[in-house]
Write a protein that binds this ligand. Structure first.
Ligand code: DGL
Length: 251
């Protein structure tokens, strides 16, 4: 089954997930669509996030994809249940902050969850917190998505922004930091420098494994030719060039 697998994110963050999925399933053909023109989604009201996610995901559906990955915690929280109900036959993999493994990695200290405003305020995260919310500090990653979208993930500006957000916690015993937005794996190095003792968690591996499992289960895995990756963006050629550069930066 050589049909496309559609990946959706508000911007370039989902590239971090695409990279992991491509490594796990190199024979698949991927179509990545980033809504860079409208990123960030995080500070927007729920109805707007839903409408933008619907537009992006419908683009993928109109290409006849065999599966969808919502490579965005924010869009998943706002829209995954709706699109799953509309397309019950379609494998649709969403994301959530990797709080569960981080919770079990604690050894007496606390967990920081760094995510977008919307992810932290919506009901999906509330349910996760009810299960694994002991000793959790939630931090809205204000300004971080914009820096990654601007190609400034490795800049001193990003470092300063991270320090402003996370500096208040560096003297505490932080055992784990959850990168609860797919843009944040691109900030992994400076975050690790702030908390050298902490384990960092993100949902990339779990998402890629889940996608593989669902495809396998339905006999939809492709295993002959090496696969292809097509990039599309509402942000035009500059955004596509950034996606390609970020994919390479992870290799
Ligand atoms: N990459 C997204 C996430 O995982 C959303 C970033 C945004 O647009 O605010 O939440």
């Amino acid at each position: 089954m050589n049909d496309l697998i559609g990946f959706f994110d508000s911007g370039v963050g989902g590239i971090s997930v695409l990279h992991t999925a491509h490594r796990l399933m190199p024979n698949e053909n991927f179509l990545f669509y980033g809504d860079n023109l409208n990123a960030p989604y995080g500070p927007r009201p729920l109805e707007q996030i839903r409408a933008l996610s619907a537009a992006g995901i419908n683009r993928l559906l109109s290409r006849g994809v065999k599966a969808i990955v919502i490579a965005c915690n924010t869009a998943t929280s706002a829209y995954a249940e709706i699109v799953r109900a509309q397309h019950p036959e379609m494998p649709i993999v969403g994301m959530e902050p990797a709080l569960k493994p981080a919770h079990f990695a604690r050894h007496g200290g606390q967990v920081i969850v760094l995510a977008t405003d919307a992810t932290l305020r919506l009901e999906k995260f509330e349910r996760l917190m009810a299960l694994y919310g002991d000793d959790v500090i939630c931090v809205v990653g204000e300004g971080l998505v914009e820096l990654v979208e601007g190609g400034k993930a490795a800049s001193s500006e990003a470092e300063a922004r991270l320090y402003a957000l996370l500096g208040p916690y560096i003297d505490r015993q932080i055992d784990a930091v959850v990168l609860g937005c797919t843009h944040f794996p691109f900030l992994r190095a400076p975050i690790q420098r702030l908390f050298p003792q902490a384990q960092l968690f993100d949902g990339r591996d779990g998402t890629a494994q889940r996608l593989k499992y669902l495809l396998e289960q339905r006999g939809l895995l492709s295993n002959d030719e090496p696969g292809t990756i097509e990039y599309q963006s509402s942000g035009g050629p500059r955004a596509v060039a950034l996606m390609q550069a970020m994919m390479t930066s992870l290799s």
